[in-house]
Design a protein around this ligand. Structure first.
Ligand code: GAR
Length: 255
């Protein structure tokens, strides 16, 4: 039987990767369909793309959740199943020695927003969750509630650089500032670190002396729109296996 992967998508902005995935589902280069689009940003332009394709969408407004926590944490109850010690032990987003109160506040606000995300996603059963320009780090609270089977990770991300170079929020900006002669993008599974999860696929493009940040972004996005659907289809076909040999977790791709 042909697989019919149910894909949930989280976005924060324009959603051109989301569009590439929707198009690939419609022209059947992905054997699946996008079943919801969620965002942390009420102004996300990509929401319009969901509407145009009759895909249900929702907003979990991280900005206002963070603001009310900052105003008075007592007004922002933590989820009942929040376990700070467990999450803190797993989380590798912070350098050693980072201030513990800052980490606690970060993990608490994340769990509040992520519990709201999980509630918003509940009506839409999905097999794979793709981050398509979702600009919020996911904490172990969320990751553990989505990745319930360790052998089959369910959260994929696209990052605008050839990881492990330039993790973080500005992959193309860092590529440009560094004077790189090659740029690229990476699709990987999410783990507890920042852009550190097992790599599924990468594409590269040359950078010429006349290139600007804008042309690098444009060329990079063109590669992303090819790479992301390709990796999602590999997942749909059951061809991705995370191999853990104790020292490293890598993705093996079946022929
Ligand atoms: C893309 O370049 C994607 O790689 C990047 O945001 C852009 C979203 O564009 N993602 C990250 O930086 C994640 N840390 P889009 O909204 O047009 O798909």
């Amino acid at each position: 039987m042909k697989p019919n992967l149910r894909i949930g998508a989280l976005i924060s902005g324009g959603g051109t990767n989301l569009q590439a995935v929707i198009d690939a589902c419609e022209n059947q280069s992905i054997s699946g369909q996008v079943v919801f689009v969620g965002t942390d940003n009420p102004e996300a332009k990509g929401l319009e793309r969901a509407r145009r394709h009759n895909i249900p969408s929702f907003v979990v407004d991280y900005g206002s959740l963070l603001a009310s926590y900052r105003h008075d944490p007592a007004d922002s109850p933590l989820p009942d199943d929040f376990d700070l010690a467990d999450i803190q032990k797993k989380c590798s987003l912070f350098p050693p020695g980072a201030e513990t109160d800052r980490i606690r506040k970060f993990l608490e606000t994340r769990a509040i927003a992520e519990a709201a995300l999980i509630t918003a996603m509940k009506p839409y059963p999905y097999d794979l969750l793709i981050l398509a320009g979702f600009m919020r780090t996911l904490s172990p609270y969320f990751i553990d509630r989505v990745n319930t089977d360790r052998t089959r990770p369910r959260i994929m991300n696209i990052h605008p650089a050839i990881l492990p170079a330039f993790p973080g929020v500005d992959g193309y900006g860092d590529t440009f500032t560094y004077g790189c002669k090659v740029g690229g993008c990476t699709v990987h599974f999410i783990d507890y670190g920042e852009d550190t999860g097992p790599i599924i696929g990468q594409r590269a493009f040359p950078i010429q002396p006349g290139d600007t940040l804008d042309t690098i972004k444009k060329n990079g996005l063109t590669e992303e729109w090819i790479l992301y659907p390709h990796c999602i289809e590999l997942y749909a076909q059951g061809k991705l296996q995370v191999v853990d040999n104790g020292q490293r977790r890598i993705v093996a791709i079946a022929p």
